[in-house]
Design a protein around this ligand. Structure first.
Ligand code: A2P
Length: 300
């Protein structure tokens, strides 16, 4: 059974949840059932994963979903949330995140593009989107709201203006902890199955140094990495569709890492960003907009 973190909203969030990004429709339902069977009580979903219809139909589990970039217009936010609720068969979400700080052009396309292939952004500012998300809390559709892929400055910006403070910022696996907002690490295992992974890039789970440390604890490299996260207070959502791995990924509360090993693993930080929300061609554009600026909108 997973340990919990208490969010600033007072909610208790299990520190290990099942990730569903990249789990194909047809696989995700079995994965969720396997996870619930072995004790998971936290599932991470998103409209953009296009598999929410299968992800879950149970209310006793901590469920996160995410507002996609094409739904940032304040007039679209409630409908987008209601669509996720309908897909999941739920009456409320425990947590609803803004998936990225930048807005895309409204509409049905997940990745709206111009003829030249570039992404069509919209000028909607994340602060206006946030205000619309806060209304979802007022209406009881979500218990809490949070952020994903926001940098520290953007997070502070939201904290300053928020009526309902963000309780979580979900970011890439080796991100630093930010003040007052719980961090959830997505792709904690290095996301080797992401569609744009290049075959010659080093695999986190095959790292020989990690393998050696893992052996000393009689754990797998995946368990070592997950333990490192939870031991520093970071929630993680490893994705797997393999029952044995799903089970293994929750077995990280029966050992602890020495201070030296914690530091050693910390030193592996390569300052490299592995994840972007689209295919390879979008990488630079999205990193530029998500990582440092506010998309197409001027900063204050
Ligand atoms: P699979 O889903 O086929 O079991 P991340 O959470 O960083 O996105 O990583 C997901 C990838 O890691 C998937 O390819 C998943 O494979 C694999 N994976 C998940 N858990 C483990 C584990 N315990 N050992 C090895 N690979 C794992």
């Amino acid at each position: 059974m997973s340990a919990f973190v208490t969010l600033s909203s007072g909610q208790r969030m299990p520190m290990v949840g099942l990730g569903t990004w990249k789990s194909s429709p047809g696989q995700v339902k079995q994965a969720v059932l396997a996870a619930l069977d072995c004790g998971y009580r936290h599932v991470d979903c998103a409209a953009a994963y296009s598999n929410e219809q299968e992800a879950l139909r149970r209310e006793e589990v901590f469920i996160t979903s995410k507002l996609w970039n094409t739904k940032h217009d304040p007039g679209d936010v409630e409908e987008a949330c209601r669509t996720s609720l309908a897909h999941l068969g739920l009456s409320y979400l425990d947590l609803y995140l803004m998936h990225w700080p930048m807005a895309f052009q409204r509409g049905k396309e997940l990745m709206p593009r111009r003829e030249d292939g570039s992404i069509c952004y919209s000028d909607t500012h994340y602060r206006d989107t946030w205000a619309a998300m806060e209304s979802l809390v007022d209406k009881g559709l979500v218990k809490a709201v949070g952020l994903s892929n926001f940098n520290a400055r953007q997070t502070d910006d939201i904290i300053r203006m928020a009526r309902h403070k963000p309780v979580v910022n979900q970011c890439i696996h080796l991100c630093l902890r930010s003040v007052a907002v719980c961090v959830t690490a997505y792709s904690p295992l290095g996301s080797g199955d992401r569609p744009w992974a290049s075959p010659d890039e080093p695999s986190l789970l095959q790292d020989p140094q990690l393998g050696v440390i893992a052996q000393t604890y009689q754990k797998t490299p995946a368990q070592l990495i997950l333990r490192w996260h939870v031991q520093r207070g970071v929630v993680c959502i490893p994705k797997s569709v393999t029952p044995e791995r799903i089970k293994q990924n929750l077995q990280v509360f029966d050992f602890s890492l020495s201070e030296d090993d914690m530091k050693l693993i910390e030193s592996f930080n390569r300052n490299k960003r592995f994840i972007v929300p689209a295919v390879k061609g979008d990488v630079d554009e999205l990193i530029q907009t998500a990582g440092s600026q506010d998309g197409r909108v001027d900063d204050v």
